[in-house]
Ligand binder design. Sequence first.
Ligand SMILES: [Zn+2]
Length: 218
Amino acid sequence: MTKLRIRGAVLTATVATVLGLVSAPAATAELAPFPALTLPFKAGQQVYSAGIHSDDGSTGVKNAIDLSPADRTVRAPLAGTVHLQHCAGGDWVTIDHAGGWRTGYYHMEGIKVTDGEHVEAGAELGSTGNALPCGGSSTGAHVHFTLWTLPDAPAANWDGKSFAEVSTTVAAAHGEPVDGKTIGGWRFTAGAEQYSGTATHLADNAVTQLPGRFRAKL
Ligand SMILES: [Zn+2]
């Protein structure tokens, strides 16, 4: 989702953290460490990112980042099994990877994969777009790329769940922060506000402020 900012919610979350009211997700034996993902498009091109944010862009774990690669082609960042999540307005894509990790791709148009399909890293998933199959909003073609863990329900399907539900109850139960993750040779750090943060290129420690543009080389 894009461009919805509620400062009060950020302050509330900060206070809760200070008071120790926010606990880390329970670790489970089945969950593997964060896997070695690429960014979800071909390396070597310019990408614009609107920054790191929660699924609804206002509250909750910041488990998403908006990405707009120059070639508009979204690709699998790692091998896995595709789930097409069906809603009244169309479909969106998730991929289940080994070790209980699930990645999501919202707003795509021209989806190129099918439900249950096994994809290898680099497989074309579709194009960045403004699709709203289960609700939400989008300003400008992009993919809303999300991280979750499903250690106890690797095949769970979210057919028919509104994006409002995915971005609240599902995110609260399964969302994983983008903050601190290394993806495709870049370490992503969330900011205090929605739609902010940095992307640090680990090879040379070059830092891109988000929202911003960087060249997604490896
Ligand atoms: Zn988004």
